[in-house]
Write a protein that binds this ligand. Sequence first.
Ligand code: 5GP
Ligand code: MG
Length: 196
Amino acid sequence: MEKIRLHDKEFTIFLSPAEIQDAVSDMAAKINNDLVGKYPLFLGILNGSFMFTADLLKKINIDCSVSFIKLASYRGARTTGTVKELIGLDEDLGGRTVVILEDIVDTGTTLQSLVSRLRELNPLEVRIATLLLKPGAFSGGIHLDYVGMEIPNDFIVGYGLDYDQLGRNFEGIYKIAAGGVTEPDPAAQAGSNEKQ
Ligand code: 5GP
Ligand code: MG
């Protein structure tokens, strides 16, 4: 499918399923090599990384475990900043090598707060694996251990990523068509940030 329509916007194909799988395979090969014997815990960040997590894990051939968490944003009573609450974390992270699996890193703010929350749980180390990175938006405030692909600052959907909850089911990744908005729609961003 070259074009899809979600809500009021048109998207065109940006990364084919084969291109995505190649990037996932390359990343899995590096992780298999780096983390053999470390019994890593892969932590998929819902909702966006469900497909990436499933495909990556099919290519991991070392002893490992996998779990998922969801991040909820809420306004702290005494701060103006957004605090991320971790939902569903039922693993003991003590002494573990934790690998966060994220769909996309934009500014990096989401991951920065997640990593500091996870470090409080005394893991041996926390690594980050993201399928996609937007270098044009990234603050650089956090180290990314594994990056599948670098992409421009266009708003994308598919392969787990949504536009206001639509589009997560596609095997390819699509970018907003010329003439559409080029930045994330504020309404869609707010929605996806609450239910990543
Ligand atoms: P950050 O905190 O790095 O700025 O934002 C990361 C989160 O924003 C991602 O996990 C994702 O939920 C959302 N996001 C950033 N860029 C895009 C995009 O192009 N498309 C979609 N669907 N979500 C995005
Ligand atoms: Mg996400």
